[in-house]
Design a protein around this ligand. Structure first.
Ligand SMILES: [Zn+2]
Length: 244
């Protein structure tokens, strides 16, 4: 396997959580993509009916790249391009996964192992246990996607149409939706690593453990996010929503 964080069989330990757990596994990636999109500087400038377009555009870019690199040796590709991957064992701010520097002088990816370990212990005892190695493989795949953008000059926000809006109500302007890049990088990592769940669920679990909360807190947060997504992105209303 190119990446250890592959899909797992569900480990259901009580009947009561079965339904909720299956819901998490089957949950639409668009809901997590929405949580990224709403952080974009231009989010409020995107017409409501166009929000789903940016979510889909980012997901499509990540998915296509994952299909192209399926089974590839990401570390080998990075090495041959002169990118150094550094694994930091030291303490870091909570939630800091990894970062990439890529320009003429520096080609480097940093992976923060402490975060991978924290995520692993936060996911222990949940239906989706993840080892620290699996979490750090997801981090690497995420940064690999950004490496593709930088090294090929093919940025996700340029693959998606810009937002057209009027500046001061007069001048037409076009605005790039930069968070499409994050949406794509998460989907690339998820698909490449064949993760059963969206990587953002790992972050939610990390926050839950810091709050001394269980997996139920994560499920509730996802439920709230889902409701917000349907309210904010009316074009996303599909068969899935009609059931609710
Ligand atoms: Zn990123």
């Amino acid at each position: 396997m190119p990446c250890a964080a592959r899909a797992r069989n569900l480990r259901i330990f009580t009947k009561g959580v079965t339904e909720a757990v299956e819901k998490v596994g089957a949950i639409d990636d668009a809901i997590f993509a929405y949580s990224d999109l709403k952080e974009d500087f231009v989010y409020r400038r995107i017409p409501r009916e166009r929000r789903s377009y940016y979510i889909e555009c980012g997901i499509k870019a990540g998915r296509e790249a994952a299909a192209k690199y399926r089974g590839a040796d990401l570390s080998g590709i990075l090495r041959s391009d002169g990118v150094t991957v550094r694994y930091f064992p030291g303490d870091v701010a909570s939630g800091l996964h990894s970062q990439i520097y890529y320009d003429n002088k520096t080609k480097q990816i940093d992976i923060f192992l402490k975060t991978a370990e924290r995520i692993s212990s936060a996911m222990q005892g949940t239906p989706y246990p993840v080892t620290a190695e699996e979490a750090s493989a997801l981090f690497l795949a995420h940064e690999f996607y950004h490496f593709l953008e930088y090294s090929q000059g093919r940025y996700t926000d340029e693959l998606c149409e810009p937002v057209r809006s009027k500046f001061l109500g007069i001048w037409n302007q076009t605005l790039k939706v930069r968070r499409t890049s994050e949406i794509a990088a998460f989907i690339f990592a998820k698909d490449f690593c064949r993760s059963a769940i969206h990587p953002k669920i790992l972050d939610f679990a990390l926050v839950a453990s810091e709050k001394s909360q269980g997996f139920g807190w994560v499920l509730e947060r996802i439920d709230r996010l889902r409701a917000e997504y349907y309210a904010e992105c009316p074009a996303a209303r599909g068969p899935q929503n009609k059931e609710e």
